[in-house]
Design a binder for this molecule. Sequence first.
Ligand code: SF4
Length: 447
Amino acid sequence: MEKSTQKVSMVSLGCPKNLVDAEVMLGCLSKDGYEITTDEREADIIIVNTCSFIKEAKQESIDTILDLADRKHDARCRLLIVAGCLPQRYQEELARELPEVDIFIGTGDYPRIAEIVAEKEGTDEQLRYIGDPNFIFDEELIRLNSSPSYTAYLKIAEGCSNCCSYCVIPSLRGSLRSRPLDRVLDEAKRLVAGGVKELNLIAQDITAYGRDLPDGASLERLVTELAALEGLQWIRLLYAYPDGITDGLIRLIRDEPKVCNYLDIPIQHISDPVLKRMNRRSGEQQIRDLVVRLRAEIPDIALRTSLIVGFPGETDEDFKKLAQFVEEAQFDRLGVFCYSKEEGTPAAEMADQVSERIKRERYKKLMRAQARVSFRRNRQLVDTVERVIVEGYSEETELLLKGRSSRQAPDIDGQVYITAGNANIGDIVSLRITDSSDYDLIGEIVE
Ligand code: SF4
């Protein structure tokens, strides 16, 4: 079949890091002449880019594959491709259980997707390309930014060398590989030239950026150089391991207006015995000191973190300490995960695994506590002025615009509803906050 007449649709699951891989695959296929569609019913080729970080993510990936496999019967689809972390981890089982999948592609092979699809044209066999996860995206590959035109994720490194005892990422993505600084800058320039105003820096741990490079590149240097790009207005730092946050980085967030007063620091827990078993480098006191330092230096910083409940050996005392810390630290945003026992990780072999019932109870307690914290934090913003990027119309009514403040990350944080004033999508405006709820804000444009 002529490539120019073939349409490709992609569903990308999991985190923004996975989304960037999906965008690279779409770029490769589009360069090769395939047409990209967002409607899978009209697609000849459907790709599911999967996640297998924890149990829920794996289930979501399987459900999506099974759901989209139906398009081979009730729509145009003739090739179903499963890419990403799930086949990287479970290729044998998936190949056996999912005969309806035509191609499996792992985390090291996805940039060869066009070549692999061409190879499939000559055979009825199910193909599997699962090599070592040692690939790192570079500028020579074209990436189709699937986010709205004014914002993009910028993946600065791949893999992780941190060895947290519960995490499968290093085995799925390999050890840390930072992209050369000039290549990251080249990509950033291209994105900004295309209209991007906000860059969200991502990696498994952005603070590790440059440690594996010979030229002294570091996150601080990269952010400083990004801030010099004309046209770029917001730089946001996501996934920053606590002990990698230096005084220099804190000063940069404080003093450089383009760096959003926002930081995502996944601390995972606060109790030392649990942190030790997690093989985390930061202990309770370091985490507490960091939160105090950040708030002292940048009083209006929005802090996001993620926590794991029900880690093996987590006692009632450990959990009580964690729940108290959630009340004390007043994180602006918080993600809570129930510990997921992942085969092949040291934590899966640990004694004193916690029951699912207790994990759920602890999860609910933290989420309830955080809803109160978040409500109070949002309440404090009423009558202040926030910089907001306008994102479109609200789902409820086209009379209401919605947006995101510089202290709200795309896809995971709340929104701002705009009740007065006009602006175009992608504009960054000043907004007086007039009301708030648990997670969202309401305001009026003041300029
Ligand atoms: S920092 Fe820890 S949790 Fe995060 S990707 Fe690396 S090993 Fe996994």
